[in-house]
Write a protein that binds this ligand. Structure first.
Ligand SMILES: [Zn+2]
Length: 358
């Protein structure tokens, strides 16, 4: 038997090749949505690949997607590969299908970014851009989060101001201002963009072309970076209705971000919101499976450094390599026990979905 380590990719190209080989071997039919304008650092193609198994007209559908947040795809791609190799996706009822979506944001996966080619956080991009919400909290802290230089007096002053903000408003308010999404600072953190990104249009196309016929859909979008090490917290972000459906299927382990008790701040404009809009009311139960890595301050600091690097730093410097490696490390724990926990947790959801579909 293969060790769980062996399913997790060295880089995007490795993850993609493995995904295509394993889906083909398991009899899935695959479609590739190739990025029209961007390439990997090694010049290779970037694509979002989808793989379908089951009847074309299946009324029940399980979707498992990875790499919405680029660099988080190391985890998601590895978990998808381990599932495929284990055979766990077989044995669905006759009227059910499985759709795997590999690397929703291939640019971020390949270039070690959480965001896409335009610094867009895809889970803030699915909004009506003519009515982008304001985030005055972020406006206030942007200049400190992304200072002129990463060392020296500018950085020290920025850190003092951030600490002052945290002390005056509290950590929860700081996290919400920083991570809740913003539309005014294209070089900033958790930027939602000014228009639908390529990955946004591709995700909608996948839903329309592959998912429109299904009547009951369970979807799991794989993420990392929030929550305790190795724990996969299952989150519903769209509505209390969806949360109720998820609890009836998977139990009260499912958190709703609107309740304020989950590891994530309440956010709008996610893939989930778009999926509900595309598929119609009541059909979809979508879960964000958020695997914990390190503490929130550690993760946010790594994100802040990488955002600074791209906005103000030199991407060919030795410092750049360290910042990129650190970002990868906080979103992907290269440890067999962590990876095993990731795969086991996802396997549990697949097993339970198969029972729900019977
Ligand atoms: Zn994520």
């Amino acid at each position: 038997m293969q060790r769980v380590d062996e399913f997790f990719p060295r880089d995007y190209a490795d993850g993609r090749a493995r995904f295509l080989a394993l889906t083909q071997a398991a009899g899935f039919s695959t479609t590739s949505f190739v990025h029209p304008a961007r390439r990997a650092p090694d010049g290779g193609e970037l694509a979002c690949d989808v793989a379908w198994s089951g009847p074309a007209a299946a009324s029940r559908l399980l979707i498992i997607s990875s790499g919405t947040h680029g660099v988080e795809g190391f985890c998601g791609s590895g978990a998808q590969a381990a599932l495929l190799a284990s055979g766990a996706l077989g044995g669905m009822p006759a009227d059910a299908a499985v759709l795997l979506v590999h690397a929703v944001n291939p640019y971020g996966f390949a270039h070690l970014r959480r965001t896409n080619e335009d610094n867009i956080d895809l889970n803030r991009n699915f909004i009506d851009h003519s009515r982008a919400p304001a985030n005055p909290g972020y406006d206030e802290i942007h200049g400190w989060l992304v200072p002129e230089s990463w060392d020296g007096p500018a950085r020290e002053e920025a850190d003092r101001e951030i600490t002052r903000y945290q002390q005056e408003r509290g950590m929860r308010a700081f996290q919400e201002a920083m991570t809740g999404g913003q539309y005014n600072h294209p070089d900033g953190l958790f930027y939602g963009g000014q228009a639908p990104a390529w990955s946004n249009l591709t995700w909608r196309r996948i839903l329309r072309e592959h998912c429109a016929r299904a009547e009951e859909i369970v979807a799991i979008d794989l993420h990392t970076g929030l929550g305790p090490w190795g724990v996969g917290e299952a989150l519903c972000v769209a509505s209390e209705d969806e949360h109720r459906r998820a609890v009836s299927m998977f139990g009260d382990q499912i958190k709703w971000t609107g309740a304020g008790t989950s590891v994530s701040a309440q956010i709008g404009g996610t893939l989930v919101h778009a999926a509900h809009a595309e598929l119609g009311p009541g059909k979809l139960t979508m879960i964000g499976l958020e695997y914990g890595t390190y503490t929130i301050p550690e993760t946010l600091e790594a994100l802040r450094a990488e955002t600074w690097l791209v906005a103000r730093g030199r991407t060919d410097s030795p410092e750049a390599a360290r910042i990129k490696q650190r970002l990868k490390d906080v979103f992907y724990v290269d440890d067999p026990a962590w990876k095993q926990a990731v795969v086991d947790r996802l396997m549990g959801f697949v097993t339970r979905t198969r029972e729900v579909f019977r």
